[in-house]
Ligand binder design. Structure first.
Ligand code: G3P
Ligand code: MG
Length: 248
């Protein structure tokens, strides 16, 4: 198991700081810059459509007020997800459906880390729907399938039931003492850990146990090099300009 599930560098939320997060335009930028890996967040609309979205509440990246939980896909498509970025090139960006991201990335052989990001109270359903769509999309594929990750164990459990053959990773802001037991219990292939909670010993232990390891969100090249030297398989970065697809 482990590092075969990864490419080395992932563009966080599609385009990091260089494009409005979780939009098709962000994925396009990552592709244009040569990235072979992208991370994005997936949440459900009120009518259970999986879309690329980080926040359960509108106002930061989606213009206006409201909750994703209460917004139907039909209405979400009319909302603006690019104006906040204040770059005229992205002023008309919308919230994409997961289906769109899957087709865009797979057609360009970009590996996807699909982060299942449930709105409050929707953990299991988000895991089930997001994993189910990925599984249908990649039904025939043996390689290059998305890596599903989540902070939510309930979402990962549901993902495992909906798509047992798709690899899963547990996200942690802080590595718990019983990380190995938690990974094993959910059949995860990897740990995705906030980089400032990783040190050389923790990296070595995770790798020695046979798991993949991604560090997020790493925006300084020196720190990225240190983590890679400690055995981290993959880096998720906002700084596409500093930690590029061929970063060493
Ligand atoms: O998947 C890594 C990272 O995206 C997790 O944090 O809040 O940026 O989704 P967040
Ligand atoms: Mg994320």
């Amino acid at each position: 198991m482990s590092d075969s599930y990864f490419t080395r560098i992932y563009a966080h939320r599609g385009g990091g700081t260089l494009a409005p997060e979780n939009t098709v335009q962000a994925l396009q930028l990552a592709h244009q810059m040569g990235f072979q890996g992208v991370e994005f967040d997936v949440m459900l609309t009120a009518d259970d459509e999986p879309v690329l979205m980080h926040d359960a509440e509108f106002g930061r990246t989606v213009f206006g007020t409201g909750q994703m939980n209460e917004t139907r896909w039909e209405d979400l498509q009319r909302k603006n997800a690019g104006a906040w970025f204040k770059d005229p090139r992205y002023a008309g960006a919308r919230v994409p459906h997961l289906d769109h991201a899957l087709s865009y990335c797979s057609a360009r052989s970009m590996h996807m880390n699909v982060e299942i990001k449930p709105a409050p109270g929707r953990d299991a359903r988000t895991g089930e729907v997001a994993a189910g769509l990925c599984a249908r999309y990649f039904a025939q594929a043996a390689a290059g399938v998305p890596l599903l990750s989540s902070f939510s164990r309930e979402a990962l459990q549901a993902a495992a039931q909906a798509a047992p053959h798709l690899p899963r990773a547990q996200l942690w802001r802080e590595l718990p003492q019983d990380w190995a037991a938690q990974l094993a219990a959910l059949g995860c292939v990897a740990a995705h850990v906030r980089h400032d909670h990783l040190d050389e010993a923790r990296c070595a232990a995770i790798k020695a146990a046979g798991y993949g390891l991604m560090a997020y969100t790493v925006n300084e090249p020196r720190r990225a090099r240190e983590l890679l030297a400690w055995g981290v398989d993959a880096i998720c970065t906002d700084r596409l300009d500093l930690i590029g697809p061929r970063f060493r």
